[in-house]
Design a protein around this ligand. Structure first.
Ligand SMILES: [Zn+2]
Length: 266
């Protein structure tokens, strides 16, 4: 069995966990340079990477890493050629799995992690299984085309929810916050609520900079979602706070171990 180092690869910073956690500014975002930086940290271990971006269905390629400017990078193969074992997960998937482990909930419970940061998406654990989806895009509700049709989104499309919700909320003061908040809630709650109704989860967590920096918005979102849910069954709906961003590392290391276990069972 490989020993794994959990790493968060988002953009400017490379962060790692383990016994001596730390971070390193990525001066050169080219894949080869990042692999060198990872190999230097790994010290013979495998690296389990929580990655901010879209992965291929088999999880071996980065299809789009907007913060690093990566497009279709076969990261797992490139790292293997350098002698580095590497396991990739989308950062919200890693986070959802880490949150699930940290809750210590019964193994067959369900969890939805609602992330409102620069993006807007859901991480899903359904009856004890992480749900990544056929294209590794399960939970990407931020790209539903329900926003203003002229607004360009980071994904390349027009009119995504995320384009309407994201970004602007991270910079308070430059607009009428109360009005924006109203619009934000009017869009965010109706796209999240149907998923919650569909899955009827045991836990729903709110994470991400937009919610974590605005406790009032957190409660407003809870109320707005609760108003949309079937009252008779969802009367006790609660949006729970997170146990912390670093849980993505716990999650990704556990997922790397599990994937390795599955390989060696075959
Ligand atoms: Zn989009």
């Amino acid at each position: 069995m490989t020993a794994w180092l959990g790493v968060d690869l988002g953009g400017t910073w490379l962060r790692w966990g383990g016994e001596t956690p730390g971070r390193l500014r990525l001066e050169n975002p080219e894949p080869e340079a990042v692999i060198e930086a990872l190999a230097a940290r790994a010290e013979g271990r495998g690296v389990a990477i929580s990655f901010a971006g879209w992965l291929s269905p088999d999880g071996r390629r980065v299809m789009q890493g907007p913060n690093l400017g990566w497009s279709d990078v076969p990261l797992v193969e490139m790292a293997a050629a350098r002698g580095l074992r590497c396991h990739l997960e989308n950062d919200l998937d890693a986070r959802a799995w880490g949150e699930f482990l940290a809750l210590g909930a019964p193994a067959d419970e369900s969890l939805v992690v609602l992330n409102a940061g620069s993006g807007f998406a859901l991480g899903l654990v359904v009856e004890g299984r992480l749900v990544r989806g056929r294209r590794r895009r399960a939970g990407e509700i931020g790209h539903l085309v329900l926003g203003p049709p002229e607004k360009p989104c980071g994904c390349g499309d027009l009119g995504c929810v995320e384009a309407a919700l994201g970004g602007a909320m991270a910079a308070p003061g430059s607009f009428d916050e109360a009005l924006y908040r109203q619009r934000w809630l009017a869009l965010a709650a109706p796209v999240a609520a149907p998923v919650i109704t569909a899955l009827d989860p045991h836990h729903v967590l709110g994470v991400g900079g937009v919610l974590e920096n605005r406790p009032e918005l957190f409660r407003d979102l809870e109320r707005s979602i609760a108003r949309l849910l079937p009252r008779r069954w969802f009367g006790d709906f609660r949006l729970q706070p997170s146990e912390g961003e670093s849980l993505a590392l716990l999650g990704v290391v556990d997922l790397a171990r599990r994937a390795e276990g599955l390989q060696s069972d075959n």
